[in-house]
Design a binder for this molecule. Structure first.
Ligand code: M6R
Length: 612
């Protein structure tokens, strides 16, 4: 949520700052801006509503934007509508310091009232402008920008990742974080500040992940990291182990499509090295719990948001079936404030693709505050959640840029299925079952490849539903979470209202919505609920609903009542949700594209939700 780049070095800062926020645009894209300290030590700020290309257009006519120190920002609005005034960077009332901010200053109203009483005028509706003016007001008294930033940050409640430049200290950037990610990139004679390594990976792979309540003061030749109360910090330099090819669209028209197709490899990456053939079981090295303690687990809680929450629901079905352990799946935003009960012998997981989701992070901290251990299932290496959990599992899906999560979902489900076997084999599952799972897992990439061949058929189906205003997704058992996920994919990128339901629940209300205009996307693979599902779909047909079925190859039982049947390869039951996700993702993608919408940047959304 909101992308920040800062640069200090010998090169011209502007192209680096613009290119950086273009790469971070998936974090927010309603407005953007840049501040540079130019050759005459003047502070120059340019902002624009819309995407970074709009800012770039505006900047192209400015010849004076030359300087080696600057900050830039791409915004996801929290306080104040997306317009030029509310865009970042925000300059102080004296126009000498400039700040970019990611996060929310919760007590901004109190602080603003106080500053207004001091005679300070505001140009925007943002909480961030309050912060820059607070810093400036203290700076006026203290005459030291570093002291002013420290003192201001002691007085704010909420979350921040900030970078500040000051024309009176033109060779310096100060950045600090609490709750919002911030990373220092260390180049050769140059430094970067970024909210995500994606923004600076083309310049350097050497990074330091700042921790909460840390501040970095960067000068041209070096940097110093301290806590906000000025205690020196000895930070570890990490090397980012992926490169730019991860964040290029390649031959694909959108990142989302690329990421859907990447699932052939990403699912394999998720299970590689996690099979113990000779014991007919699986392993997850990142779980820092001994086998004997794992055997003692009586309950699992999984906490997540959005698509990650849907993968948790699939995990629940698998763990309960294979390990006979009861699983609670919780919305992170609710869990953290619900005075959660964590019984003894409970294993808690948080799942987050980005590893930065504020609600999930808050829930994780709540679990830790209660003295329980918490494991993470994350994608982004070095992310805050990955670092704060007691142990964890990386899904190794590679950078996911499309705002709609696709490959992360299937990789998360892969990990959860592996975990269900690991626990199940310690308890009641036979070696035979373990072997069947392992063999099916190995076949899965090939089945995904085959499923992707349905792309053209799915595009035609998308054509036929693109003008619908509503859609219903139905599934049962292990496929109910897929109905939720299919509906989420469609609504978030095509803006068609969609709901996911357990198919039998339909008759308790949603059936009232069904008429000849209502597409009903039904997931009905070969499993023990197949025939029950057929009956539910007959009820839809009787009300003239348009049925689009996802079925197993060779199953013709729904051909007659369905307008379209998408037949996916036969697959081991535990892994079916992974295959089902693919047509659902493709359908949503094509509907969005056919409606001339950008699936990578749906309105009002951002990839990484770092505010509550
Ligand atoms: O990074 P996380 O997995 O924690 O993100 C959770 C949700 O914000 C995310 O899955 C969101 O729902 C996606 N836009 C869904 O496609």
């Amino acid at each position: 949520m909101c992308g920040i780049i800062g640069y200090i070095g010998k090169r011209n800062a502007l192209p680096i700052l613009i290119e950086g926020i273009k790469r971070l645009e998936y974090r927010g894209y309603d407005s953007s801006g840049v501040s540079i300290i130019d050759k005459d030590n003047e502070l120059i700020t340019v902002k624009e509503k819309g995407q970074v290309v709009d800012l770039e257009r505006k900047i192209s006519s400015r010849k004076n934007l030359l300087g080696n120190v600057g900050i830039s920002h791409t915004r996801w609005a929290t306080h104040g509508e997306p317009n030029k005034e509310n865009a970042h960077p925000h300059n102080d009332y004296k126009n000498r310091i400039s700040l970019v901010h990611n996060g929310i200053i919760e007590n901004y109203k109190t602080l603003k009232d106080k500053l207004i009483k001091e005679g300070i005028e505001f140009k925007s509706e943002t909480d961030s402008e309050v912060l820059v003016n607070l810093i400036s007001w203290i700076y006026e008294k203290e005459n030291d920008i570093e002291v002013a930033i420290r003192e201001a940050l002691q007085n704010v409640e909420g979350t921040f990742g900030i970078a500040v430049i000051d024309k009176n200290n033109p060779e310096q950037i100060i950045a600090a974080r609490r709750g919002s990610p911030l990373i220092l990139g260390i180049g050769k004679n140059e430094f970067f500040i970024t909210s995500d390594v994606t923004g600076t990976i083309i310049h350097t792979k050497k990074v330091i992940y700042l921790k909460d309540n840390e501040m970095v003061k960067i000068n041209r030749d070096d940097f110093v990291i301290t806590t906000l109360d000025n205690t020196p910090v000895d930070s570890k330099i990490s090397i980012v182990d992926w490169d730019i090819s991860n964040i290029d669209k390649g031959k694909y028209s959108h990142f989302m499509l690329k990421e859907i197709y990447e699932q052939v490899e990403t699912v394999e990456n998720a299970f590689r090295g996690r099979i113990i053939e000779e014991l007919s079981t699986t392993k997850l090295g990142g779980i820092s719990i001994s086998a004997s303690d794992l055997r003692k687990i009586k309950k699992v809680q999984i906490i997540a948001c959005g698509t990650s929450w849907h993968s948790a629901l699939v995990g629940k079905a698998l763990i309960e079936k294979n390990a006979r352990i009861s699983v609670d799946v919780e919305y992170a935003s609710e869990y953290r404030y619900n005075n959660p009960i964590i019984p003894d012998d409970t294993l808690v997981f948080v799942i987050s693709q980005s590893g930065e989701t504020a609600d999930t992070l808050g829930a994780l901290r709540e679990v830790k505050a209660r003295g329980a251990k918490v494991m993470g299932i994350t994608n982004v290496v070095g992310s805050t959640i990955a670092r704060e959990t007691d142990g964890g599992i990386y899904i190794y899906a590679g950078t996911e840029i499309g705002v709609a999560s696709t490959k992360a979902f299937t990789s998360q489900v892969t990990i959860l299925s592996i975990f269900s076997i690991l626990l199940g084999r310690m308890k009641n599952l036979s070696p035979n079952y373990g072997n069947k799972f392992i063999n099916s897992l190995r076949e899965l990439p090939q089945l995904i490849k085959q499923t992707l061949k349905l792309d053209n058929q799915i595009k035609k189906i998308a054509e036929s539903i693109k003008d619908s205003t509503n859609a219903l997704y139905l599934g049962r058992g292990i496929h109910f979470p897929l109905a939720l996920e299919g509906a989420l994919k469609l609504k978030e990128i095509s803006y068609i209202h969609a709901e996911g339901y357990p198919a039998a629940e339909m008759k308790h209300g949603p059936i009232a919505l069904i008429d000849e205009n209502m597409p009903v996307i039904a997931i009905n693979l070969n499993n023990y609920l197949h025939d029950k599902m057929v009956s539910n779909l007959e009820e839809v047909k009787a009300r003239k609903g348009r049925i689009i079925t996802i079925a197993t190859e060779g199953d013709n039982s729904l051909d007659e009542i369905s307008e379209f049947v998408i037949k996916i390869p036969k697959c081991f039951v535990d892994l079916q949700p992974i295959l089902v996700a693919i047509p659902l993702q493709l359908l949503a993608y094509h509907v969005a594209v056919l409606k001339n919408l950008d699936p990578d940047k749906p309105r009002n959304l951002a990839k990484s939700v770092t505010v509550e």
